[in-house]
Design a protein around this ligand. Structure first.
Ligand code: SF4
Ligand code: SF4
Length: 233
């Protein structure tokens, strides 16, 4: 049987990489490899043993800047989006981040260029356990494309749960799910509902749900790293 693949445009692939970055603790090893490759400079950053951050060389020959935690993750996302890597380089980044085979390709119907990911998803069956909806870090995962989809569908009821924050460089960043009319996150996704069978959960906005939810899990590796039982025990 041919391996299952998923096609992502370059923008979607960049989004998926940023979602991965934001979903886990900072990954200094992976980040440093990507920064060096993007800058084509082995001295673009430096790791420090025992610390979960990076020294970044931004304005060489100026001093390096130490970044860690959320600041490091956002630096990575902004650097990647600014760099807009060429298809070969983007495929290499996806391979490194998702740990699955990825190669440049074209959409079979539209011909749009992008990245084809070999997801290794054969045998996956969603058990509707709702674990992903309850435990994944999706607060910063909503994209401009998701918001555009909500608007096109006239889903003001969903937009009411979307907060808008500004990044340090003034760009809009969406946050979900915020209690309407407040500045507080909901304690759980408001669209996760009990299914008809015992211990089953369903998404009440399945047809328009965020891409982050739609694409989860991205691969067998992603499922096992995040506790999804969709491949069985
Ligand atoms: S954790 Fe996996 S099996 Fe459970 S609901 Fe999410 S995708 Fe389905
Ligand atoms: S929007 Fe749907 S799929 Fe996404 S976390 Fe909520 S219930 Fe789960």
């Amino acid at each position: 049987m041919a391996p299952e693949t998923l096609f992502l445009t370059a923008d979607q692939a960049l989004e998926a990489v940023c979602i991965d970055f934001r979903g886990y603790r900072p990954q200094p090893m992976v980040f440093s490899e990507i920064l060096r490759e993007l800058a084509d400079d082995p001295a673009a950053c430096r790791r420090e043993p025992g610390r979960e951050g990076l020294w970044i060389a931004e304005n060489r020959p100026g001093p390096m800047r130490w970044l860690e935690g959320e600041a490091l993750v956002e630096h990575m996302c902004q650097t990647l989006c600014r760099a807009r890597p060429a298809p070969e380089q983007l495929a290499a980044i996806c391979r490194r981040v998702f740990q699955i085979p990825c190669r440049p390709g074209h959409h079979p119907e539209t011909g749009r260029p992008g990245i084809r990911l070999q997801t290794d998803m054969q045998g996956f069956v969603c058990r509707q356990c709702g674990r992903c909806c309850r435990t994944l870090a999706y607060r910063d995962s909503l994209t401009a494309a998701d918001v555009a989809r909500f608007k096109a569908a006239g889903r003001e009821d969903l937009l009411a749960w979307v907060g808008v924050a500004r990044t340090t460089d003034g760009r809009e960043r969406y946050r979900i799910w915020m209690k309407p009319g407040t500045n507080r996150f909901a304690t759980a996704c408001p669209f996760l509902k009990r299914g008809s069978a015992n211990h089953r959960w369903v998404c009440a906005i399945h047809e328009v749900k965020p891409n982050f939810c739609r694409n989860y899990p991205l691969s067998r590796k992603h499922a096992s790293m995040t506790g999804c039982p969709g491949f069985g025990a």
